[in-house]
Design a protein around this ligand. Sequence first.
Ligand SMILES: [Fe+2]
Ligand SMILES: [Fe+2]
Length: 304
Amino acid sequence: MTTTPGAPSLLLSDRELVAERLLTASAKHSFDPETELDWDAPLVPGLWFLPEHLVSLYGTPMWERMSEEQRIELSRHEAASLASAGIWFEVILMQLLARHIYDLDPRTGHVQYALTEVADECRHSKMFARMVAKLETGWYQPGGMSRFLGRILKTTAPTPAAFTATLLVEEILDRMQRVTFPDERIQPLVRGITRIHVVEETRHVRYAREELRRQMVTAPLWERSFTRLTSGQAAVVVARSLISPKVYAGAGLDVDECLRQVRASEHRRETMRWSAEKLVEFLEETGVIHGRAVRAEWRRSGLL
Ligand SMILES: [Fe+2]
Ligand SMILES: [Fe+2]
């Protein structure tokens, strides 16, 4: 949309300009996973469900002893865990978005894009749910404490904290999915799912980043302080919820030994930091990650 000099009534705020662009892009590039993907095709023997180096045990002594078949089996359970966590996160995000627009003018592009995003997340969660069912691993529901904290967050978080939580989840999963869909060693169904998700989430990340940038300047001081303080705790919960410890039992491995090896793995630490690298840079720049106490909590999450 262009603006005409000297016609202030036609000038759109930054927020509206971004929303208009995102609405146009959504109209052009949105997918219906029900028809876009071949849900009836059988899984392909010998193909992975997650790129090898993203599997939590990769590079550990235990990994070295596992057969290729066992490694692929663990990737199947970890992909199901990521999808299960994805559904939990998205159900929270849908509620945060609905709360965000509760008092806003529905005629604006900003509100209409939020509604578009809720519709995207509905399709995504259903797509992830079908994937979990197809993988036949069981459902890896996040632990009780994570769900309790998620319930508080989705009910009480002020706007900047809500968008920080949104980005935490979207950017970390996005980084992993961007290396998943182009990989020819991955199951076609998983590649299709991650491709759809990456395309649509690019817009969500843009929307959340732009809004958080504004909020960290304009929101009341208490909201900004609350956002800083809780961002680290949110990072801990998100990082902990991605891979359920139950995946190891699901793949027939010793849970305690796996957890010990994952905790000791330098490769895993690097992978987690890599997944949040761009996000951390953005949150530092906008002043969310700021101050010793906040940084300490982020380091505890393993994402910094
Ligand atoms: Fe999504
Ligand atoms: Fe999203």
